[in-house]
Ligand binder design. Sequence first.
Ligand code: UDX
Length: 448
Amino acid sequence: MKISIIGCGFVGLITAVGFASKGNLVKAIDIDQARLSEIRKGRVPFYEEGVEKLLKTYLNQENLSLSSSLEDVDESEVVFICVQTPPQLNGAIDLKILMTAVKDLADVFKKSAKSRIVVIRSTVIPGTTENMIMPIFQQNGNLNTEIVFNPEFLREGSALSDFLNPDRIVIGTNSAKAGKVISKLYTPFNAPIIITTPSTAELSKYASNALLATLISYSNEIAKICERTPNTDVEDVLGIVHLDRRFKILNGEIKADIVSYLKAGCGFGGSCLPKDLSALIAYAQSIKEEPFLLKAVAHVNKYQPKRLVKMVLIALGGLENKKIAVLGVAFKGGTDDLRDSPGLKIVDELLEGKAKVTIFDPLVVSLQLQRYKDKGVIIASSLKEAIEDVDVCIITSNASEFRSINKYLRNKKLIIIDGRRILKSSKKIKIAKTYYAIGLPKERIYIS
Ligand code: UDX
């Protein structure tokens, strides 16, 4: 099938190479010439396993081509719109970029009577497809244009694998014909295909991400209770919760992956969960349905990073001139994405308290941290360097490198604050003078 993808960002580029890998003829379109020239050289403007290799393959095989002109959608039967829908200051979704792309596309279609299907892949609040996007094409006289909402469920760090091995394909449309065509496009991916209303499809994306956020904030709430309950540890408490047979699949042989979100830490971040949670809260309020639970999920998450700073205050008595290493400033391990990163929220608080901060993250290059370097923050180039001469180190990402911290520990006076509970075994904890952790009550803090 001939398809076009508008927007060569994280979702658009992965969608483009993914469909190209199934033999479709794909035209990837972006207005950003600098981004296009990078992609033309086979370079992916973000860190994502496997994308670069596929990009180069299909650019050479010519079933993936690039353009900066919307006019080039003309041959396509299906046009995907994958532009960003960032949050406004009040948390509500900002549709400006999306609506501009929709209007420009409707203008291009005006010149042709060809029937097409426009697929919105950008995350939008319920009602956007039917009440805002469809009327643009109808008013433009594009009566042969069918509209579909098709949410993506891609995770940073495993996005290509998530696209090629989807757990579900959701097609939100009022057109039986469009439903059939898009179902056919996704058939080679061998996943359950759900054809539903556009609003159900739009809301299902938010409901999915809000559930993940809820699981994390629930885990952090249990951790808070453990921190004030002698002889408990949130890792033990949630470990028992995970054993519930209802979290097991295949007759109890395998534990469902989702239990990994039932883990206490320093709060969720990234470009999706925080944005989608605040957009859903704002949407619920706009329809006069107060989202008490979702607001509480956001509230717990807002204060979680502060709990780690409080542990530093308890350990050191103050922040001024204290030397503190923050290990992991990407929002999670396996990515270099700093957006809404709990680690950086902690760095900001430490700097406010006039601490001397060192940052280390295996995937984040110092260029991304220029504004912190300008504030005198040291950007370490290795874990060893980061912890060799500091009073405290705070683990704020689950990057696998941090599990081996004891290999580099020479500094016996070090206080470790484990914000991701990745140092499980007690022998690892014995490497430090003192070990604090999320979800550990004060009498269980390890002091050598
Ligand atoms: C998320 C959803 O997982 C994905 O389906 C959706 O399409 C986009 O938003 P992403 O934000 O890229 O993907 O990453 P994810 O791995 O879900 O991490 C989100 C937050 O949850 C991070 O702060 C991460 O640290 C945390 N997390 C992630 C956990 O606490 N436990 C996990 O097992 C995975």
